[in-house]
Design a protein around this ligand. Structure first.
Ligand code: MOS
Length: 744
């Protein structure tokens, strides 16, 4: 028997089986069951799938100029090399979608719009032959003037229209209220271009059987990716299958189909052989996508007591002319603090630089670097503590729309963090603490991340042997999806976790929300929950009891005054239910976000200006925690990302040529072990019953939001140098001392 069960979240959920926790599996920090496969090299990543037939290898030729018109592509020298099979010149792959939006194949045709843009693919018997011949493709082009610098283009920035949030959100009369405020802050913050820098480079293997394409790749959103690839190739979606069981990090960089997939598919079709295409590390940097640099002006007007009356966050970000996406940098300012008069705006400047797109916590990650830095500046100006200022401006309801918060534990996060960290909320007095040549500083910031939910489906099979199998095309990008879905099914069905297997990452499985926007765990997890509810109904029916009178534990059903083994209920026949979760009215009628607080201690060298992060504590409240260990691990990742954004991460684009200068992990600095102190993460118990049947909210992106501001606020406390231009490299500390005089 196969059944379909659908649940739309129109109101808050009451007590659930997860609350009763009879099996004792949900929330526990159990190990990822696929972990041993990953650490022993047995998990098969995109480039590693073994296919029958002789595989050919492709190498992408990319543009070495930033803005030009292609006049000619001569493949003859490349084709004459031994082992070279083909040079694919096909505009369909020039610019496949790098984002989750509409596919954008080939619409640039002949125009080079950024450095690193794909031009053609050389296919050969070996990777080395393809790479070698790629240097022999003769590309001639006419140079065009290019726009490579957001700072110089900001005067030409324009309202791009609504994107993943409205470009303009206003309430009251900001200008008037700001002008009338007793205390005002007006500061502009800048953040640089950033790269996702996932460990696994983008790679694809394409293989055709007649009209049917199978693509092995590394993707976050399989259903979307199938549609993008089909559209790029001009084939029917039904003929495209994507396999992506393991993903070596995504962070937004694998939300969309990349050029390597489209090229591999075209080449494989032409040659009648499977074709593998991997990007080099430099190509991952130059050819996929980035996070835009930002210019963010924050203005806050407050009473002398510290009550905000006016708040504005005006942002300018960059993208290519053809791409509408803008970094929603003002998103947290919409709901984080009170104030009757509000303005959040987003403008976009067109540049000839690699597509800018979503990267971990698009919006909050860079927006809160500005907002939370500004709040620290305002607290100092008012002479009150940073937490005191935030408490004074804690809104009762969402300050923009007036919607009730689904749940909000911002103050609890700050209080818990302050107590654990030993935070003194005295007004900021920079430069007061010193040990030898190290200046010591403490800083805090809040964290917030809008909660998102998506429709998602999963099939759960309960077998007569007392095992369960979960199937969905959901992905695990390193977040722990495999394990939390296992835990949800185990808790719901009353099975030990090891009796539940989970299969993900294949487009033939029920369509899921995929991994993006921190919606994955709640959305896909809820679909598993819904499927299990369907199974429980069937069990209840066969026992003649109501589902609410049924307790499931250790492979037995307890109800109607007896305990029955699943084997005796199922009698050899599995129960199969496909569950679908849909967000509903509960999502629209409440304002949903996760919250947190970060506390940091830094030491800044009084001679060199070098910053070392000494302690970092994050307290987060994101609804029910589905797995203590994987959620904590997500937060560690966010904290480390935050250290990078505060101190080192920065893509350098040559303003003369558009060249992305630091296109590898040696030159694009991310925190390494020596940069990361002992991290501390505390997850507060919370149930958000309006968010999902699991009462969980997103956490992966919450954890990065605000971290960098806590660090730079601590740098200010240590040195008296205020960071408004991220990242805070030591030269900026030294320059600050040079102009203002050293704090101590
Ligand atoms: Mo996320 S930046 O939507 O992977």
């Amino acid at each position: 028997m196969s059944n379909v069960h659908t649940f739309q979240m129109n109101e808050r959920v009451g007590e659930t089986r997860l609350d009763r926790d009879v099996q004792g599996v949900i929330g526990k920090g159990i190990d990822r069951f696929e972990g041993p496969l990953k650490v022993s090299g047995r998990a098969t990543y995109a480039y590693e799938h073994k296919l029958p037939g002789r595989v050919a290898y492709g190498f992408i030729v990319t543009s070495g100029v930033g803005s030009a018109k292609i006049v000619g592509i001569d493949p003859m020298r490349a084709l004459s090399k031994a082992g070279v099979l083909d040079v694919v010149i096909d505009d369909r792959a020039v610019r496949a979608a790098a984002d989750a939006g509409d596919p954008q194949p080939a619409r640039v045709g002949g125009e080079i719009t950024h450095f690193g843009q794909p031009i053609c693919l050389v296919v050969a018997e070996t990777f080395e032959a393809a790479r070698d011949a790629a240097k022999l493709v003769d590309v001639t082009s006419e140079a065009r003037a290019g726009l490579y610098d957001l700072q110089s283009e900001q005067a030409n920035a324009y309202d791009p229209g609504d994107g993943i949030m409205p470009s303009v959100i206003e309430k009251g009369d900001f200008d008037k209220a700001f002008a009338a405020s007793e205390v005002t802050l007006d500061a502009t913050y800048t953040t640089p271009s950033q790269s996702h820098s996932a460990m696994e480079p983008h790679a694809s293997i394409a293989s055709w059987e007649g009209e049917k394409l199978t693509l092995y790749g590394s993707y976050q959103l399989i259903q979307v990716n199938v549609g993008q690839l089909a559209k790029a190739l001009g084939v029917d979606k039904a003929n495209v299958e994507i396999v992506s069981p393991y993903i070596g990090g995504g962070f937004g960089g694998k939300l969309g189909i990349g050029p390597e997939a489209v090229y591999a598919a075209i080449a494989a079709k032409t040659l009648g052989r499977p074709v593998k295409v991997a990007l080099t590390r430099a190509q991952v940097y130059q050819t996929t996508s980035r996070r835009s640099d930002t210019i963010q002006r924050i203005r806050i007007g407050a009473s002398r007591e510290g009550v905000i009356e006016a708040i504005a966050h005006d942002t300018i970000t960059a993208n290519t002319k053809e791409d509408a996406f803008f970094e929603p940098a003002g998103i947290s300012t919409v709901f984080l603090y009170g104030g009757a008069n509000r303005q959040v705006t987003h403008k976009k400047a067109d540049v000839n630089v690699l597509l800018s797109s979503a990267m971990r916590a698009p919006g909050e990650a860079v927006g809160m670097l500005a907002l939370e830095n500004a709040m620290d500046e305002l607290a100092e100006q008012l002479g009150i503590g940073p937490i005191a200022l935030r408490k004074l401006n804690e809104p009762e309801v969402d300050p923009q729309e007036g919607l009730p918060f689904s749940s909000r534990m911002l103050i609890e996060c700050m209080d818990e963090g302050a107590a654990r960290f030993g935070w003194s909320d005295a007004p900021v007095k920079p430069g007061a603490k010193r040990e030898g040549e190290w200046l010591i500083g403490h800083g805090m910031s809040t964290a917030s991340r809008k909660n998102m939910l998506m429709k998602s489906s999963a099939r759960v099979t309960l077998s007569a042997e007392g095992t369960a199998h979960v199937e969905t095309d959901m992905t695990d990008i390193g977040t722990g999806t495999y394990t939390i879905l296992q835990q949800i099914a185990a808790e719901m069905l009353g099975l030990p976790a090891e009796k539940v297997t989970v299969e993900l990452g294949h487009s033939t499985l029920p369509p899921s929300a995929g991994s993006g926007g921190s919606w994955g765990a709640s959305s896909a997890g809820s679909s598993v929950y819904v499927a299990c509810e369907g199974i429980i109904e069937k069990i209840a029916e066969s026992l003649g009891v109501s589902p609410s009178d049924l307790t499931l534990k250790d492979g037995t059903a307890i109800g109607g005054n007896k305990q029955t083994a699943f084997a005796d209920i199922l009698k050899g026949e599995p129960i199969v239910v496909t569950g679908t979760f849909k967000p509903g009215k509960a999502y629209k009628e409440t304002h949903q976000a996760s919250y947190g607080a970060h506390f940091c201690e830094v030491r800044v060298n009084a001679v060199t200006g070098e910053t070392r992060v000494k302690r970092l504590l994050t307290v987060a409240a994101a609804g029910r925690i589905l797995n203590e260990k994987t959620a904590t691990s997500q937060c560690y990742g966010g904290q480390i990302f935050g250290i990078g954004s505060a101190l080192m991460e920065e893509l350098i684009i040559d303003p003369r040529t558009g060249l992305m200068v630091n296109h590898d992990l040696a030159e694009y600095h991310v925190p390494v072990n020596a940069d990361v102190p002992q991290l501390e993460v505390v997850l507060l118990p919370e149930r958000d019953t309006a968010a999902s049947p699991l009462a969980s909210k997103g956490i992966g992106e919450l954890a990065i939001s605000g971290v960098g501001a806590a660090i730079t606020n601590a740098i200010y406390d240590a040195t008296g140098v205020r960071v408004r231009d991220y990242p805070m490299t030591l030269d900026k500390v030294l320059a600050g001392w040079a102009t203002k005089g050293k704090a101590s």
